[in-house]
Write a protein that binds this ligand. Structure first.
Ligand SMILES: [Zn+2]
Length: 287
């Protein structure tokens, strides 16, 4: 795994910096339809089989990436990482500092969705980590995670997810902005609804001049499995069937358009392009 903690690219006049929050120790059983041997051989083929003691046997270190958008001297942050989920996470502010950014500069904290690995670092003890930022999230995601009937009906093991989502949005309750699809979120950044993984799971298209970058969030969780076979789902997909449909549609589009993409769980630097390959696709990381 790359030891880079941040990686800056230029999209026209906009600079986009991938900032790592660390990694999540992922176990093999998060992919319900993939047996351990299949994941092991995929990890072996990619040369990322891990013997680190915090990685479950047969599992892997899943990158957790955030993205800083800087335009015209203003700073926006897409996702806040997963502080609190594992000791190997929560490196965002430290890695932001290494990239030359401070939490006070962030004007908007823009969540791709309200899963704990994306908003865990938004607040500490109910206080915003980004004191001057509004909190931007899709209305569809906010509506799902804060709906008391859905929370009451959720299985016990899913309840912590709801609690963490609510803790994050509550910390920013007085400056919450709910968005829809295809909305201008900040200068040069437009929302792209990518439902399935969560109801309001959202990507962001960064555009400046004739250059674009699609930050597609969690379209891919495990690149060694899901490019080749987009039908691989995750136990955390709220609507797995829709997640697969969305993944296939996005792969198809970005391959046809030779669209540069960046992802929350792709290996660092987590930027590249997608090509059709056999019955599936393959990822060409940005050199
Ligand atoms: Zn995620």
């Amino acid at each position: 795994m790359s030891t880079e903690t941040h990686h800056k690219i230029q999209v026209g006049d906009i600079s986009v910096t991938m900032v790592s929050d660390g990694y999540f120790p992922a176990s093999a059983d998060i992919f319900p339809d993939v047996d351990g041997d299949r994941l092991s051989s995929a990890l072996d083929a990619a040369g990322i089989t891990s013997t680190a003691e915090d990685i479950p046997p047969g599992g892997y270190a899943s990158s957790v990436n955030t993205f800083i958008i800087e335009i015209g001297g203003k700073v926006y942050l897409i996702d806040a990482g997963g502080a609190g989920m594992a000791p190997s996470l929560g490196k965002l502010t430290e890695n932001m500092a290494a990239a030359g950014y401070r939490p006070e500069q962030v004007e908007s904290l823009i969540a791709t969705h309200l899963h704990p690995d994306h908003i865990g670092g938004a607040a500490v003890d109910g206080k915003p980590v980004f004191p001057n930022a509004e909190f931007v999230v899709a209305a569809a995601d906010h509506g799902f995670w804060t709906n008391q009937d859905i929370i009451n009906g959720a299985p016990e093991d899913a309840k912590p997810f709801f609690m963490m989502a609510n803790a994050a949005v509550d910390a920013y309750a007085d400056r919450l902005r709910l968005i829809g699809d295809n909305e201008d979120v900040c200068p040069g950044v437009t929302s792209v609804a990518l439902p399935g993984h969560t109801p309001g799971h959202t990507g962001f298209m960064i555009s400046s001049g004739n250059e674009t970058l699609l930050i597609w969030a969690d379209i891919v969780h495990q690149e060694d499995l899901q490019f080749d076979d987009p039908s691989v789902t995750l136990i955390f997909d709220v609507d797995p069937e829709q997640a697969v449909k969305t993944r296939e549609k996005v792969f198809d589009q970005v391959a046809a358009d030779r669209q540069l993409i960046a992802g929350s769980h792709l290996r660092i630097p987590a930027v590249g392009q997608v090509e059709k390959s056999g019955s599936g696709y393959r990822f060409i990381p940005d050199a």
